[in-house]
Design a protein around this ligand. Structure first.
Ligand code: ZN
Length: 136
């Protein structure tokens, strides 16, 4: 009996967590969460997007992290998200499925702009995690 090969487009090279906020109160909560993340985890903290960008339908910032960090970062977000909605998605070579089918939502599921998501990307388009948070 043979085991079917995994679909190479579904290999997870990194994860993103998009922390959404709506209005100044939520933005302040997002800032507190961001500081806590920076104090604890080796991740790439993306810049603030107060204007809508890509498939996202609310202001947000992103963190990117290696698969090995998942079991640390995601439980922390689950318990410390301050009531904010967070999209956690894998990064494979299939961005549309990553965001729409295989995503994990903490809090409410928000609309995602499908038109901004290519179905498949090349391995050359994979963005590495550029860690810019070095706790301790
Ligand atoms: Zn993302």
């Amino acid at each position: 009996m043979t085991t079917p090969l995994a679909d190479p487009t579904l290999c997870i090279h990194s994860w993103h967590a998009h922390v959404y906020f709506d209005g100044p109160v939520q933005r302040e909560l997002a800032a507190v969460l961001r500081e806590r993340i920076a104090a604890r985890f080796e991740v790439q903290l993306g810049r603030w997007h107060d204007a809508l960008v890509g498939p996202h339908t609310r202001p947000m910032y992103m963190l990117a992290f290696e698969p090995a960090q998942f079991a640390l970062v995601v439980p922390f977000l689950a318990l410390n998200r301050q009531g904010l909605d967070v999209l956690v998605h894998p990064n494979t070579l299939a961005p549309r499925a990553d965001h729409l089918v295989n995503a994990i939502w903490l809090g409410q599921r928000l609309p995602v702009n499908e038109a901004a998501l290519p179905e498949i990307i090349s391995v050359h388009d994979v963005e590495p995690v550029l860690i810019n948070s070095w706790p301790g």
